[in-house]
Write a protein of this length. Structure first.
Length: 260
């Protein structure tokens, strides 16, 4: 009987993990996508799209499907999904591992302003600039809707729903992005401040380097804290955890965060 592994996905790390597990004949990998993106990049192996209906139903699904391990490889800001996974795996008696890529850290020449929430990020903006490059995703846009004196370049994968800022230009696009492309975009729209979440990784990191090259301030929203469960930063460490037997203590070597 093949070992069942549920990967809560939507990230590049989740796709790489699913690809590695799908090549193993002794593993049945099922990737779960929230379904919030219209045309997601599908991973290898079985794919399930849409929510489970809460922790209780997820726990029931884990039992019914004979899942022996769950890897939460969702976006670092997917708090609700992670919280649901913690509750469901505890109820079902299934080991859980959180896979989170390292966050970003400022380097020489960066002018970063940390915020604990989108609302705090919005409150910082009037003192930093008037033309804002907003890259925090479509679901958090209401936090900036009341800043009528500012203009926003909003970049999202799918079209957002109101409320939205009064003055804005919407750009529908998906990474990875290049430094030259980000520099041209910021210059063309006369951006003077960037807002982003601390997502980590390389796909969207070029905007930080572009802001540094242009001497622009950056408002960075901090990640929510990780739950008190085992966690790793790489696909390789995840595979090692699965090979050792889920539920074992994770002893991966600490890694430095990526610097743009």
């Amino acid at each position: 009987m093949r070992a069942g592994v549920l990967v809560l996905g939507g990230t590049g790390e989740a796709r790489r993990l699913a690809a590695a597990l799908a090549r193993r004949p002794d593993v049945r990998v099922v990737s779960s996508l929230a379904g919030r993106v219209t045309d997601p990049r599908l991973p290898e192996g079985e794919v399930r799209v849409g929510g489970f209906g809460g922790p209780d139903r997820l726990a029931l699904w884990l039992r019914e499907q004979g899942i022996q391990a769950v890897v939460d490889a969702t976006h670092p800001f997917a708090e609700r999904i992670t919280a649901s996974a913690v509750q469901a795996t505890a109820a079902a008696g299934v080991p859980l591992l959180v896979l989170r890529r390292p966050g970003w850290t400022p380097g020489a020449g960066d002018d970063w302003h940390w915020a604990s929430s989108l609302e705090q990020a919005a409150a910082l903006l009037p003192g930093l600039g008037r033309r804002v490059f907003l890259t925090t995703g479509r679901q958090g846009l209401p936090a900036f809707a009341g800043l009528d004196d500012l203009w926003f370049l909003i970049r999202t994968v799918d079209p957002p729903e109101p409320p939205l800022p009064y003055g804005f230009h919407l750009l529908l696009d998906r990474g990875p992005y290049t430094l030259d492309g980000e520099l041209s975009l910021m210059r063309d729209h006369r951006v003077d401040v960037l807002v982003t979440k601390d997502s980590g990784g390389t796909m969207t990191m070029a905007k930080l380097a572009a802001a540094r090259d242009l001497g622009l301030p950056v408002v960075v929203v901090r990640r929510p804290p990780l739950p008190e469960v085992p966690s790793v930063e790489t696909v390789e460490d995840t595979l090692a955890w699965l090979a050792a037997g889920p539920g074992q203590t994770v002893t991966a070597e600490p890694r430095m965060s990526h610097r743009p």
